[in-house]
Design a protein around this ligand. Sequence first.
Ligand code: NAP
Length: 244
Amino acid sequence: MRKVALVTGGSRGIGKAIVLELAKNEYDIVFNYSGNETKALETAKEVEAIGVNCDTFKCDVRDFELVSQMVDSIIKKYGRIDLLVNNSGITKDNLMLRMSKNDFTDVIDVNLVGTFNLIKAVTKPMFKQKAGNIINISSVIGEIGNVGQANYSASKAGVIGLTKSIAKEYGTRNIRVNCICPGFIQTDMTDKLSDEMKEAILKQIVLKQLGKPEDVANLVCFLASDKASYITGQVINVCGGMVI
Ligand code: NAP
């Protein structure tokens, strides 16, 4: 029987690379997205072409009820969720002086409260199956902060704290919880930055190149595997040495 992975924001960017890599590792895939249905269906086709099942849900991670319904329907169909990857995320950058309260809370709600909602929803099924694996996608910005990203940095620092606390709570239940902090990865999220900003970031990267979504997906697959069975509560950077 194949394992079942639920990946939030699996339609594009890093999430898409994660679902494709997990599919190659013989997971049945379920992913959600917030609005871009065309991209989601394209990705689902690519996943199915690998030879595993793929279900998609239009489900905003901020909506606790909708998240619970999604988890319930996965349990109804597959009977279990082996792996949760909390990947959905947004940015709304601005200097603190100009950042509105809504821009602050929107980013916290998607990146941090959304992660809480998913963990909360999979808790009972994972406890019942006496096994599970949770991987949260944070960011190096949650570790080091960044000008113009107070909301994003706070949300991602929160994800790190959440990871460590839940790892301590769920260890005895045979559930591992880890956190990946990508550096600068080429996706729609970073494409919107100006060339000057990209140049400035590149200067801070020891390996002098931007990361690929697959660089993050490879670590997800390792942490999800039995090769990582003694790793929990850890925060691992995938950043080309941007943060050392
Ligand atoms: P992306 O290309 O912008 O993709 C974001 C994904 O999240 C999409 O699938 C999107 O769905 C989904 N999403 C957004 N808001 C959502 C919501 N409210 N509910 C459910 N799904 C939602 O982003 P990315 O660059 O791949 O980033 C993925 C994760 O890695 C994020 O958590 C991000 O913070 C983190 N990260 C990225 C970088 C980087 O350099 N790219 C660096 C560090 C950390 P739709 O397609 O429907 O909009």
